[in-house]
Design a protein around this ligand. Structure first.
Ligand code: GDP
Length: 502
C-alpha cells in the first residue's frame, strides 16, 4: 500500500518579542531560555544565543515546543516583513509597567499590525516599586490596543522578566494563541524556512541560523536563500548538537554557504546543487526587477501576487490587507504595491503595467478615463466591488488559480535488504523483502541505514524465484540488481519514491 506522506501536522509557534528599548525584551528572552533549559545543557549557557527552542509544560496541553527568535529591534522585524518572509507567527509586545506605552512601543505595534500576526501584550517589571499596571493598561487602550477584560480581545499578561512571575502564564498564553492559529507543517514536503542570523568565521566559513517553517531538512540536501546556497553536510541545533534532520520549527545552523545569505530571506531546499544554484539565479533576477523595494521572492513553489488596492476610505484598505493574510499560505502570497484611497488613476495603471502579474482591485471606487484607456491597451486585470467579501472571494479565486502545483516525493514502497550477493562497481546484487507497497523496476530509491538517509539508487532488475519480473508485491522476497550511490548492507531499508502533485 502506498504510504501517504504529505499530510499536515501541527507545528510549534515561532515567537518574537518587540517593544520599547529598556522595557525588558532581552531580560525576558534570557529568563525564558534559562528557566526552560534542557537537562545537561546548563553549563553551556554563557554564550548569548538569540534564537532558541524551549519546551513549556502547559497544565492543559502538556509539554509543547515554542521557538523564540530575537529580532534586533523592531526595525528588523519590519524589514524582514518587507522582504516577505514572515518569521514570527506570534508577537509579544512588551510594555514596562513603569513607563507604559513609549514611542518605540507604538512603532513596534504598527509593525505587528502591518504584519497581521496575532499578538499578546506582556506588561513587564510588575515587581518594581514604580510599577503601575493599571496605568500601563490605560496607555495601551489609549493607543488602540483593546485589551481583554477592557472590551477588547488582545490577551494581556502581567509579568516580571526579573523574578519570573507570570512568565509561565505568558508561555501558556502563547500556546493558546498558537492553537487558535492552527499552525501546520507538512513533514514530508521539501523544507522551507527563513534565515534569522548569518555570520562568517575563520574555522567554519559562512554559517546561518535557519528556522524551518515547513517540511523536513535532511543531510545530503542543498539549501538556498536569495544569492547563497549551501550543501547540508550536517545539521546542528543552536547549542551545537548534531541533528539527523530538522523539522519545523527548531532553529538550526547550517555551515558552508557560498555567500552570506541575507537575514530574513526565504530558504528553500533542493536535492541537487544545480537546482539550488538555479534558485539563486532566479532570486537575483527577481530582486533586480524589484530593486526599489525588496519583495517576497517568487519561486517555482511559491507564487506572489502583486496588488494595487484602491478604496473609498482608508479603513477599508486596512481591512482588505488583513483579510489577505488569511488567504496566504506557504505556496501563495500577496504583495501590496500600494493601498490608497480615491478613484483608480493613470498612476495605478502604470504601476500595474510595470509589474508582472499585478492586479488592481477597487472597493467603492470608479476608474478614471485615462486609467481605463491604459487598462484596455495593456490588458490589466481590474476588479471593482462594493462589497468587501465579494472582493475577497475574487482574490481567493485568483490565489487558487495562481498557486503552483508542487511536486512532492511520496514513498510508494519499502523493502529491507536481507543479503548481499555481489557488489560489482555499478550494480549491486542482493536479496530483500518488500515490507510495504509494490516495488517496481525503474523505481527511484532512498537508502536508509538505522533511519538515517545515506544515499540513493535505482532498481535495475527484479527477480522472484530466479525468474525476472517487473514488480514485487508486499510481503514477498526477491532478488534485485540495484544501482546505488553507496555500498548497500544487510539491514538497510529501501524506500521507493515517486513524485506526486500536491
Ligand atoms: P531591552 O532593551 O528591552 O532588551 O531591555 P533589557 O532586558 O535590557 O532591560 C532593561 C533594564 O530593565 C535592565 O536594567 C533590566 O535589568 C531591567 N528589567 C528588565 N525586566 C525587569 C523586570 O521584570 N523587573 C525589573 N525590576 N527590572 C527589569
Amino acid at each position: 500500500m502506498a504510504t501517504p506522506t504529505h499530510s499536515k501536522t501541527q507545528r510549534p509557534p515561532v515567537v518574537a518579542i518587540l517593544g520599547h528599548i529598556d522595557h525588558g525584551k532581552s531580560t525576558l528572552l534570557d529568563y525564558i531560555r534559562k528557566s526552560n533549559v534542557v537537562a545537561g545543557e546548563a553549563g553551556g549557557i554563557t554564550q548569548h544565543i538569540s534564537t532558541y527552542e524551549i519546551v513549556h509544560d502547559d497544565p492543559e496541553r502538556g509539554a509543547q515546543r515554542i521557538t523564540f527568535v530575537d529580532t534586533p529591534g523592531h526595525e528588523a522585524f519590519c524589514d524582514v516583513r518587507s522582504r516577505g518572509a514572515t518569521v514570527a507567527d506570534i508577537a509579544i509586545l512588551i510594555v514596562s509597567a513603569e513607563d507604559g506605552v513609549m514611542p518605540q512601543t507604538k512603532e513596534a505595534l504598527q509593525c505587528i499590525l502591518d504584519d497581521g500576526v496575532p499578538y499578546i501584550v506582556a506588561i513587564n517589571k510588575i515587581d518594581s516599586p514604580k510599577a503601575n499596571v493599571d496605568q500601563a493598561k490605560a496607555s495601551l487602550i489609549e493607543n488602540g490596543v483593546y485589551l481583554e477584560g477592557y472590551g477588547g480581545d488582545i490577551p494581556v499578561v502581567p509579568i516580571s522578566a526579573k523574578t519570573g512571575q507570570g512568565v509561565d502564564e505568558l508561555l501558556s498564553m502563547i500556546l493558546l494563541v498558537a492553537e487558535l492559529e492552527e499552525l501546520t507543517t507538512t513533514p514530508d514536503a521539501p523544507a522551507t524556512g527563513i534565515v534569522v542570523e548569518a555570520n562568517k568565521d575563520q574555522k567554519r566559513g559562512i554559517s546561518a541560523t535557519i528556522i524551518i517553517k515547513n517540511g523536513t531538512l535532511r543531510t545530503g540536501m542543498f539549501v538556498a536563500a536569495h544569492n547563497a546556497y549551501s550543501p547540508v553536510r550536517s545539521i546542528e541545533d543552536t547549542n551545537g548538537n548534531k541533528l539527523m534532520e530538522a523539522i519545523a520549527t527548531t532553529p538550526i545552523v547550517i555551515s558552508g554557504w557560498s555567500a552570506l545569505p541575507p537575514v530574513g530571506s526565504a530558504v528553500e531546499s533542493f536535492t541537487s546543487k544545480k537546482d539550488a544554484e538555479a534558485y539563486n539565479a532566479l532570486a537575483k533576477e527577481t530582486t533586480t526587477q524589484q530593486a526599489a523595494a525588496p519583495r517576497k521572492v517568487a519561486s517555482a513553489e511559491h507564487a506572489v501576487i502583486p496588488l494595487i488596492i484602491k478604496t473609498d476610505v482608508s479603513g477599508t484598505g486596512e481591512a482588505i490587507a488583513f483579510e489577505l493574510k488569511k488567504i496566504e499560505n506557504d505556496r501563495v502570497s500577496f504583495i501590496i504595491l500600494t493601498n490608497t484611497t480615491g478613484a483608480i488613476s493613470e498612476a495605478d495603471m502604470k504601476l500595474a503595467a510595470a509589474t508582472t502579474g499585478a492586479l488592481v482591485v477597487g472597493m467603492g471606487v470608479s476608474i478614471d478615463a485615462q486609467a481605463a484607456a491604459i487598462q484596455e491597451r495593456e490588458g490589466i486585470t481590474v476588479a471593482t466591488y462594493s462589497i468587501i467579501y465579494e472582493l475577497i472571494d475574487f482574490l481567493k479565486q485568483v490565489a487558487k488559480e495562481r498557486t503552483p502545483r508542487l511536486m512532492v516525493e511520496e514513498v510508494v514502497a519499502t523493502a529491507k535488504v536481507l543479503a548481499i550477493f555481489n557488489q560489482a562497481k555499478k550494480l549491486q546484487v542482493l536479496g530483500a523483502k518488500v515490507t510495504s507497497g509494490t516495488l517496481k523496476v525503474g523505481s527511484k530509491l532512498r537508502i536508509l541505514r538505522r533511519d538515517e538517509h545515506i544515499g540513493t539508487g535505482v532498481v535495475k532488475e527484479l527477480q522472484q524465484q530466479k525468474i525476472k519480473t517487473t514488480s514485487v508485491a508486499e510481503g514477498s522476497e526477491f532478488g534485485s540488481a540495484i544501482e546505488a550511490s553507496v555500498e548497500l548492507a544487510t539491514g538497510d531499508k529501501l524506500e521507493a519514491i515517486e513524485q506526486v502533485e500536491r
